[in-house]
Each structure stands twice: as structure tokens, then as C-alpha cells.
Design a protein around this ligand. Sequence first.
Ligand SMILES: *Cc1c(COP(=O)(O)O)cnc(C)c1O
Length: 376
Amino acid sequence: MVPFNLPFLTGKELTYIREAVESGKISGDGIFTKKCHEYFEKRYGFKKCLLTTSCTDALEMAAILLNIQPGDEVIVPSFTFVSTANAFVLRGAKIVFADSNDRNPNLDAGKICDLVTDRTKAIVPVHYAGIACDMDAIMQLAEKYNLFVVEDAAQAIDSYHKGRPLGSIGHLGAFSFHETKNIISGEGGMLVINDERFMKRAEIIREKGTNRSSFFRGEVDKYGWVDVGSSFLPSEVISAFLYAQLEKLEDIQAKRKEVWNVYYQRLLPLEQSGKITLPYLPEYATNNAHMFYIVCKSLEERTALIDFLKQHEIQAVFHYLSLHKSPFYLPKHDGRELPLADHYSDCLLRLPMFYNLTTETTNYVSDIILKFYKDN
Ligand SMILES: *Cc1c(COP(=O)(O)O)cnc(C)c1O
């Protein structure tokens, strides 16, 4: 069976975990967490990074930092992972779902101005497949209506919008190091704080509402309960794993792009003959090869293709049932149709994509897809 995903190990993970364990300090914010923070701040120019135990946690921190209150409205794409919306729902927000655009699943930035009301507090663009949303349009709108922007950059490590790293453009950015992402630590995430106003409070919220971070830096002589918060920081065991991955980031990215390009070249004739749609990269966006997806013509066709691939021992998966139609949110949704979110929900198919996928196997998967469309 060709699996959909296989986590890649650099070989240094256990060495660093052993180092962390033997150092005698395995709770959070030790040497490896600091190394990871420094790596990200140096490589991407992020003003402040805080590792978290997941991207979901980073989004929950963002919702607390923005002081989201019951009744506040937050604009979120419907075609996304549940955490993008759930983090704000936990604080009582009403989610106003935005539709995708017709070229790729990212939210249609040109249409979100219609969704803004005097209760709107924030916009949460998701850089689907690591491909940038139209951040110029989103930031302009945010400025005009005085809104916060939280980038859900879970899939977007090492990807850029007009030369600026994703996650560094909004007021806050959230990354994931879940084992299905490019750079992994099993479970893991990071909050990037670009707006100075949130830096101090972010540390407090992440440390159970205490000023323990200031205490460790010697800025206060005792620490205590100063705000709301939770336990959002990962242990050194997780950070040690992540650091091993970061050392190989360039190699990982180069290899994934190779796989991505093989798919793209092999499947291009199917797009040219109008049978499927391939990922679209706007001129302002880069590709971080997080994912390779195709968009089929219909749900029936996609189901048949998944079956066909399965018969040939290939695991391909679809993605995201539109959140506005989810059992949890459907009764709360304002009833607007979101046809493009539904389209991607019905027709998008993700192909196997991981570091150790050989060119031979990538060609094989492509050939099976070509065969499917030749016969259909
Ligand atoms: C993976 C993902 C998340 C959740 O990340 P976790 O680290 O598993 O919490 C959130 N949003 C998007 C768009 C994702 O792809």
C-alpha cells in the first residue's frame, strides 16, 4: 500500500530527546525550546515566537489575546480544519463563514467586506496547502474596519507572500507541527506574535496566567497569578524532537518540492484537457509543497477515483467537510450558501505526499490517475 502520509525522521530526534532528558529539565521553556524560538526568529524574522502543544492551542491563545467576547463576530473560511473556528467559538464568538475563491480553496478576499458588521472583531485567513491568501486585500480591509488578523499558517511553514514569510503578516500567526505537516514533532505548534501589544500577555496566557516567564528572566522576584491562561507550552521532549527537524528544514523542503513537481508535470496534461484542476499559485504566493491535491469534476467522480486508487494500493484522502454544514455549526450558521467551499469539499482529493515518496512511486500514482481518466 502507498500510504497517504509517512512521518519523516531526520535521525537526530532521539539524540536530542536523550540530551533533554539527561539535562534534568524536561518541562517547558528549556534549552531546546529556546533553540527553536531562535531558529524561527532568525530564519523568518518573526518578532516573537512561542512554541505551543498544537496549532489548536496557538489559535486558542490568539482568541484569548484578542479578548474575544460572546457575540463578537469572527470571519473564518468554511473550507478549513475545525480548530480555525473552534478556538473562537470557545470564547463565545459567532463564526461568519467566508466562501473559497474559484482558483483555489483559500477564502475569497474580494468578498469578505460584505461580511463585516460592527460586531466583527477578527479575520482568520487559512493558507490552504501552504499557498498564501491575498494578504494585501485582507490587511487593507482589516485596517479600514479596525479588525485583527490571525493567520492560520498551520500548513504554511517556509512559505511566502510577496517575499514575506506567512505567519508574519497578520497581528498573530499560528503554525502546526502535527505529524502530517512538513516539519513535525508528533503534536506541536507555535504562536507568532507580530504586534508588540500582545507580546507580554502572550507569555502570561501560555504559562497558566502567571508571570513565570518574567520571573525566570529575573525581571520580578516572585511570580503569581496575574491574568487568565492555560498550559500551552510543550515539554522539552517535544522541542528536542522539533529542533532535530528544523536542522533539516531545507533538505525536507527541497525533497517535498521534488515530489510535488513530479506530480504537477505528470498530471498537467489532465488539466490541459480540462479533466481535473491542479493547485493554483497566485503570482504573490510561493509553494512550500505541503500538499498535492487535484480537484475532480464531481463528488461521484472523486469517489470512483478514490476506489480506483485503493484497488491499486494507493491511499488518497479528501479533506474538510465544509464547516457551515457541520453537525455542530449548521444550526448556528446564517444560512448563506457557500458554493465554492462545497465544491472543494466534494471534489478535492489529496495524493500521497511525504519526504520518502520515491520518484518511482510518485510516477506510479500519477500513472494510475492518468489511466483512470483515460478509461472514463
Ligand atoms: C493541522 C491544522 C490545524 C490544527 O493543527 P494541530 O497542530 O493539529 O492543532 C489547524 N488549522 C489547519 C488549517 C490545519 O491544517
